[in-house]
Design a protein around this ligand. Structure first.
Ligand SMILES: CC(C)(COP(=O)(O)OP(=O)(O)OC[C@H]1O[C@@H](n2cnc3c(N)ncnc32)[C@H](O)[C@@H]1OP(=O)(O)O)[C@@H](O)C(=O)NCCC(=O)NCCS
Length: 152
């Protein structure tokens, strides 16, 4: 199972993954297509025999503005068939590396407060809670903002 950059031919499979992983606040086809085209976005996938089984959308820091020095994981998901094999951990590590190369100082993301598997994943990788986000999600669900510092 190889980790690689997504390509346009992956879009249908990525949309299916997004539907499998999230009930609300899903990325659209346009979001994903834009991510493929934007120089400051990286869309990575891990494919198995059936195609993309995991993906992550990383946004690299902008040169200016208040998000300076901060990279973000905007979305990350693993197909049910491929969970529990370390794929999510591998993708977060890759995101950290890509962000570090682009001189980001921190890697940030938001997670649903009720999402135990994801919170355990990020805790295990050293992320800490930096903000509570009441009614962050479209269904009113509470979010948490997590960050990790990237070593120079
Ligand atoms: C959360 C999710 C990404 C984890 O993917 P995964 O590939 O199964 O995770 P990994 O195998 O890399 O697990 C890494 C660590 O995460 C934690 N973890 C993963 N699944 C877990 C579960 N069901 N229960 C508790 N902890 C879990 C564990 O700490 C695990 O480490 P360990 O295996 O050494 O115990 C996956 O369940 C998923 O896609 N869920 C739906 C979408 C989602 O919630 N995305 C994250 C949004 S921020």
């Amino acid at each position: 199972v190889r980790l690689r950059e997504a390509r346009p031919a992956d879009l249908d499979a990525l949309l299916a993954l997004e539907r499998e992983c999230f009930r609300t606040d899903r990325l659209t086809r346009v979001d994903l297509a834009n991510a493929l085209a934007q120089p400051h976005a990286r869309l990575i996938v891990i494919a198995d025999r059936e195609g993309p089984a995991a993906y992550a959308l990383l946004r690299l820091p902008s040169a200016r503005g208040k998000a300076r020095g901060i990279a973000r994981i905007d979305s990350l998901g693993v197909a049910r068939r491929a969970r529990g094999q370390g794929l999510a951990r591998r993708m977060v590590r890759r995101c950290e590396r890509l962000a570090r190369v682009e001189r980001a100082e921190r890697l940030r993301l938001e997670v649903r407060a009720s999402n135990r598997p994801a919170r355990a994943l990020y805790r295990g990788l050293g992320f800490v809670e930096v903000a509570e986000l009441p009614r962050y999600y479209a269904d009113g669900g509470r979010g948490l903002r997590l960050e990790t510092r990237l070593a120079r």
